[in-house]
Design a protein around this ligand. Structure first.
Ligand SMILES: *Cc1c(COP(=O)(O)O)cnc(C)c1O
Length: 219
């Protein structure tokens, strides 16, 4: 298995787009695969569920990895996530941002936050609309304890590739308007479109690790 992981890693590196960073989405994959990639120099890993991430983080504590939380963040998990992750990509409301900031101050942490935006109707996802973000922007900027570094978005499942490219360009333009450097967008099926539109983080799971071994339970 680790031979093909290495092969996929090398293939991705071979035509990696300038200006984008690889966030290796390791959910559904064991700690040993993460260790293999760390050996190639990959240090940023994304997980979407705290319960799945914690044991892996503990068994990899000897490595200087940067952990990114990319799943829906429930308010009762904020403290544990702030302790275990340095970047959170899935801040989808002002209430959540305020809670993260307050707890980060209490914990002596300063996480980097990305605001998850929803620029197309999609009942399956949360996120800020353009107007909600504009309304909250002043309050967001006033939060101490966190660094707001960018926007994150996910394309609706049924959106074709040209529509995704358009969506990603809108997300990039919105980030630019708020002078936010980071744009986390693009997954295994649409990362080239995201990179072309100016993504700085490409969140790649299956195209790097192969099919997920298990679907973790919620939490
Ligand atoms: C699982 C996941 C990914 C990676 O998905 P792939 O299609 O396997 O690349 C990216 N972003 C988020 C938010 C995810 O939950």
């Amino acid at each position: 298995m680790s031979a093909s992981l290495e092969q996929r890693w090398r293939e991705l590196q071979a035509d990696w787009p300038d200006g984008s960073k690889l966030l290796a989405v390791s959910k559904g994959h064991p700690a040993e695969s993460i260790r293999t990639l760390a050996g190639f120099g990959q240090l940023d890993f994304g997980e979407s569920r705290l319960q799945e991430a914690r044991p892996k983080q503990e068994s990899l504590a000897d490595l200087a990895l940067r952990w990114h939380f990319i799943g829906r963040l429930q308010s009762n998990k904020v403290r544990a996530v702030v302790r275990a992750f340095s970047v959170i990509h899935s801040i989808d409301s002002l209430l959540l941002a305020e809670r993260v900031a307050r707890i980060a101050l209490e914990e002596g942490q300063r996480p980097s936050l990305l605001l998850q935006v929803k620029l197309r109707d999609d009942p399956t996802k949360g996120g800020w609309s353009r107007s909600a973000l504009e309304e909250s922007w002043e309050q967001l900027q006033g939060l101490s304890g966190v660094s707001i570094v960018g926007l994150m978005t996910m394309a609706p499942q049924e959106l074709p590739l040209d529509g995704r490219r358009q969506l990603f360009e809108e997300c990039r333009a919105l980030a630019d308007r708020f002078e936010l450097p980071e744009c986390s967008m693009g997954m295994s099926g649409d990362w080239r479109e995201a990179a072309a539109a100016g993504a700085t983080w490409l969140r790649l799971g299956s195209v790097l690790f192969g099919a997920r071994l298990h679907q973790a339970a919620a939490g």
